[in-house]
Design a protein around this ligand. Structure first.
Ligand SMILES: [Zn+2]
Length: 274
């Protein structure tokens, strides 16, 4: 009897060992399945999307598609959205989504706004077809399309007005888009993006009689969102950041000099938003 049992045991043992050997050779693992219970919900969370960044393409529609779709081997750029200027048979619409909002598109490059840097991680990028938004006006349809789109994205992620900015705001000295002809004030009138209140300008005009020292101005620009840390050795950094601010909020005169009017606008914006 003992002999038979031993024989059967050996037979089974051989089978099990062979099976284990076979599984390890085939590299198959049998993971246990678990139920993911989502019955309990935390209220402590926010959106990963925090900014909307506006650009112009520096190219026409055809070239913009080519570059942003990844067909240009020399440039790895993309954006979540592209706003077309002239519709054609090939490109019949004004708004194109090229990258899902849940993915990271490559539009910002080295960039900082407030406490965030590398803004590809936390922003939605919108490219507008225009060769130079400092020279050529945007088409009316493009502006209406931007307003339509930004309104939706802002609502979807609860984005603050102060975090709807241009490429030049997040990469001053390196970028000048979307340019002085981008109508930030019109966007703000539609409840999108920051703009100063006229009453604050009036008050500050009465109380502020001169521009303070550079360090005080710098601290105020930092408070609003501009970054002085990424390129600290750039001798023109201060001028570039003042230019970026003017490009956005005082586009009639962009010369990188912090004059009284620019300083009053900055003070009014910091008071309202920061
Ligand atoms: Zn850009």
């Amino acid at each position: 009897m003992i002999k038979i049992h031993k024989k059967i045991l050996m037979k089974h043992l051989f089978k099990i060992t062979s099976l284990i050997l076979l599984l390890s050779v085939l590299n198959i693992s049998y993971a246990k399945n678990f139920v993911i219970n989502d019955e309990y919900k935390s209220s402590n969370f926010n959106s990963r999307i925090k900014q909307i960044i506006i650009h112009y393409t520096v190219s026409d529609t055809e070239q913009a598609f080519e570059e942003l779709l990844g067909q240009d081997k020399h440039r790895s750029v993309s954006s979540h959205y592209l706003i077309n200027n002239i519709t054609s048979k090939k490109y019949p619409d004004y708004i194109y989504q090229l990258v899902p909002e849940s993915k990271r598109s490559w539009h910002a490059g080295v960039s900082t706004w407030g406490s965030d840097s590398d803004l590809n991680n936390s922003s939605i990028g919108i490219e507008i077809v225009n060769k130079d938004g400092n020279l050529y006006p945007f088409a009316e349809q493009q502006i209406e399309a931007v307003i339509f789109l930004v309104k939706q994205i802002k609502r979807r992620y609860d984005i603050k007005d102060v975090d709807i900015v241009g490429h030049s705001d997040i990469a001053p000295g390196r970028k000048i888009d979307p340019g002085v002809l981008f109508p930030w004030q019109r966007l703000a009138e539609n409840g999108l993006g920051a703009w100063y209140d006229k009453a604050d300008i009036k008050d500050f005009t009465r109380t502020i009689k001169s521009v303070p020292d550079r360090e005080t101005v710098k601290q105020l620009l930092i408070k609003f969102g501009y970054d002085f840390n990424t390129a600290p050795k750039d001798p023109k950094l201060y001028q570039s950041i003042v230019s970026a601010f003017q490009r956005h909020f005082r586009p009639s005169k962009v010369e990188g000099v912090m004059d009284l009017e620019t300083y009053i606008i900055l003070s009014a914006l910091v008071k309202k938003y920061r």
